[in-house]
Design a protein around this ligand. Structure first.
Ligand SMILES: *Cc1c(COP(=O)(O)O)cnc(C)c1O
Length: 482
């Protein structure tokens, strides 16, 4: 019997396991294009597969691995497939996959600088470099997060506690009613952040969008003025740089004007879209980013790392500590006084080395590699829009980012939602592509196709448009329009 009852395998077993693992990874990367992007699944089949894991009867490592590969192959929507036009889930870049394996094996603990100085310094180095490249700040600080939702919550905590340090002791209730402003199309993680902070969902004031689906700035100013009269204190404005449903970039510069005139924390949620600021000729789309107090960007969306790599940037170096600092005697004390302790500056305590994924990708591709890949996806977004227009669809959103919301009905009709959902479902069932249906902040329903995957090509876009045409025809044959 191996040491520790097979929890730690011997050298021969390990070699065999690594070989099988890398073979499985490579077979997936090579073969994913030939799988259907998604299939309909019965939960019973998944549970039957899981029931073969009998923990009273341990199995061989190879069999356990094969079962996991089988479950992942058969029972998921394949975001790494180039026909996935979905919710920003990328095909992970190769170096980021290797990085994730290294991080698992070396298991650096990022709570304390002294435990993993290389990993902690690497993440700070990345945040500074990226903050500068995006035009956000010459010397940004921040933290890696589990994703955009945690980064947005971090922004709210920074906004509150850097303004009201005493609230750490007394709680936020002592400071009257606080308000957060976000457009109708802003990500709902803002709502949850308000709830987690004990402010309640109603603390988020939804600002109506203008006809271009971006935050109405005069409506924003009106709401702020009304709140001041009511004695409600504005604490944060959230602008989207690439809203989730529509891909629209708010007017960051005008919102920055409002935030600075009113001394309100200005946060930009660029979880997906802000990555485009890496491309030099696209920086104009994000004018005003240099005036934000904080920024959310997910490496695990358009920077193509595996899930679990978000980033929060701020130019206010004390803000994170104002929200998170605690003195914990059992934690190793600050090894180097000029380096902040991560656990005192982030929501997470023990933390995985998510930054390694981005470090190795940037090391090998460089800024140019990322800029070229993103530029190609931006052009492909144009190609997608043009193809949809040629095929008789109306594109309902206005964004330079590669995300199209579209319908073939010139005006809203009540049955849009079910009709479009049925078209999306038959595209999905064809296995040729995956897209979904969204309701825009204008109230209209639309099919939504986003180029989430850097490996998607023009041929994949053509296939999607052909599948859409077939789906529309067969739907209309079955449900003739009145
Ligand atoms: C995806 C997304 C989020 C949430 O990020 P997670 O990484 O899923 O936690 C927040 N805001 C926007 C604009 C997003 O697109």
């Amino acid at each position: 019997v191996a040491i520790c009852e097979n929890l730690f395998l011997n050298s021969d077993e390990r070699s065999e396991l690594w070989r099988r693992t890398s073979d499985a990874v490579d077979a997936y990367i090579e073969g994913v294009r030939d799988l259907p992007v998604s299939t309909s699944v019965e939960v019973e089949s998944i549970r039957a597969l899981l029931a073969t894991f009998d923990f009273d009867e341990p199995m061989k490592p190879a069999r356990a691995l094969d079962l996991a590969v089988s479950g992942l192959t058969h029972f998921q929507i394949h975001a790494p497939h180039p026909g996935y036009f979905g919710l920003f889930v990328p095909a992970p870049a190769t170096m980021s996959i290797a990085a994730d394996a290294l991080a698992a094996a070396f298991n650096p603990q990022l709570a304390a600088w002294g435990h993993s100085p290389f990993a902690v310094e690497a993440e700070a180095y990345l945040l500074r470099a990226l903050g500068k490249r995006l035009g956000f700040a010459q010397n940004a600080s921040g933290t890696f997060t589990s994703g955009g939702a945690e980064a947005n919550l971090t922004a709210l905590l920074c906004a509150i506690y850097s303004r009201y340090p005493e609230a750490r002791e007394s709680g936020v209730g002592a400071f009257g009613r606080l308000r957060i402003y976000a457009a109708d199309g802003a990500h709902d993680s803002i709502i949850r952040a308000a709830r987690i902070c004990g402010l309640g969902d109603a603390a988020v004031r939804r600002i109506p969008t203008d006809p271009r689906l971006s935050m109405g700035v005069s409506a924003l100013l009106d709401e702020i003025a009304r709140d001041r009269q009511l004695g409600v204190t504005p604490v944060m404005i959230v602008a989207s740089a690439g809203a989730t449903a529509s891909g629209v970039i708010d007017n960051l510069d005008a919102i920055a004007d409002a935030a600075s005139a009113e001394s309100i924390w200005f946060h930009i949620d660029g979880a997906w879209g802000a990555a485009a600021a890496i491309v030099p000729e696209a920086t104009g789309l994000f004018r005003g980013i240099e005036r934000a107090d904080s920024l959310t960007l997910d490496a695990h969306k358009w920077l193509a790392t595996p899930l679990g790599a978000g980033m929060f940037f701020t130019r206010n170096h004390e803000a994170l500590a104002s929200a998170f600092h605690v003195n914990t005697p059992y934690m190793p004390s600050e090894a180097v006084k000029q380096a902040p302790e991560p656990y005192q500056n982030s929501l997470q305590w023990s933390r995985r080395f998510a930054g390694l994924r981005l470090l190795l990708c940037l090391a090998v591709a460089g800024w140019d590699g990322y800029a070229n890949a993103i530029r190609r996806v931006l052009a492909l977004g144009q190609y997608l829009c043009n193809g949809l227009l040629d095929a008789g669809w109306h594109v309902l959103n206005h964004t330079p980012l590669p995300l199209a919301c579209f319908s073939d009905l010139p005006a809203a009709i009540p049955s849009d939602q079910s009709r479009l959902a049925s078209i999306a479902a038959s595209v999905q069932a064809s296995g040729a592509g995956w897209l979904n249906v969204v309701q825009l902040s204008s109230g209209r329903w639309a099919l939504r196709a986003c180029i989430s995957n850097m490996t998607t090509t023009e041929a994949d876009v053509d296939r999607l448009i052909a599948a859409l045409r077939r789906a529309r025809h067969s739907h209309d044959a079955q449900h003739p329009r009145a």
